[in-house]
Design a protein around this ligand. Sequence first.
Ligand SMILES: [Zn+2]
Length: 364
Amino acid sequence: MTPTASAFPSPRTPRRGRRRTPRRGRRLVAVGVAASFVLAACGDDDEPADAEPSESSDAGKSSALLIATTVAPITSIASNVIGGRAEIVGIVPEGTNSHTFEPQPSVAELLSDADVIFINGLVLEEPTKELALANMADDSVLVELGDETIDPDEYKYDFSFPEDEGKPNPHLWTDPSLALAYAEIVRDTMSEVDPDGADEYAANYDEFTACVIELDEAMQAAFATIPSENKRLLTYHDAYAYFAENYGFEVVGAIQPADFGEPSPQEVADLIDQIEAEGVPAIFGSEVFPSPVLDQIAAETGGTYVDTLRDDDLPGAPGDAEHSWVGLMRANYITMTAALGGDPATLEEFEVCGVGTDGAGYPQ
Ligand SMILES: [Zn+2]
């Protein structure tokens, strides 16, 4: 059980052999040779597939594909796989609360023009999903990446995402192995929507995989320097549940209630008791969710309060290398390692990699 070998799956092998077969009929079935290419619409929504070779199908599409995505990390992952073959437009502005985000009605136009709409799913972006379903073209595809990456028995629920509200913790993208599963779904979806680009998507995916493996190795080496008794996470916004399991951290608590309000005085008092009992070295806030409660908790417990974790707000500015999912992981795990008493040198030395310059549209 060496840490470098165990936590990360080999490329293309979904963790724990999970299936990513479609559960909503949205996911496309892999087509071997071009023989029976029926555009994205095949089998969707139990409608009879439009198998007639209509003049409007792939010929006009592959030249100017438009891809809509939601949160910035997903936009970046998609961009790594798609490269320059399509225009990619994110919907959720960075720095906003993606969990409560309501798209402007004007987003309907983008969604109606999009050939593929990649969302996280796991009930994160319901208003955007509803707008997509109401406006998307019959032959376009909506892909819920999270739903296709893990099975319901792997969903995580907790204080911030209680099971009785039916919204699992949606943050798969903070775990590189799961982000890589997202990339694989993007590759497969795009290869079916745009078969002429399949080789390019495959090459981009392979390059991204190599990059993610390097990132993973740097993360594991950095985490190995954290005293084991410190590998416990108390976060405000609960974005690390899946990551923690895969990388040997324990989430001892999350502070933000399910309604995204502030915790009650009693809940704060309980947390302070818990922190003092367990000696949690640091409390992690998020730039997107400033909270006065964290200051209070840190002051009363003497813990370090770190408010620079980013849930889905990429570092730097659009166009910068660090303004990417890889850059986000690097920044967050440097912060986490240092605050928990480890040495983040391997992550600091890790150079942000990825496919080309990110030309995707990131609303700010
Ligand atoms: Zn979040």
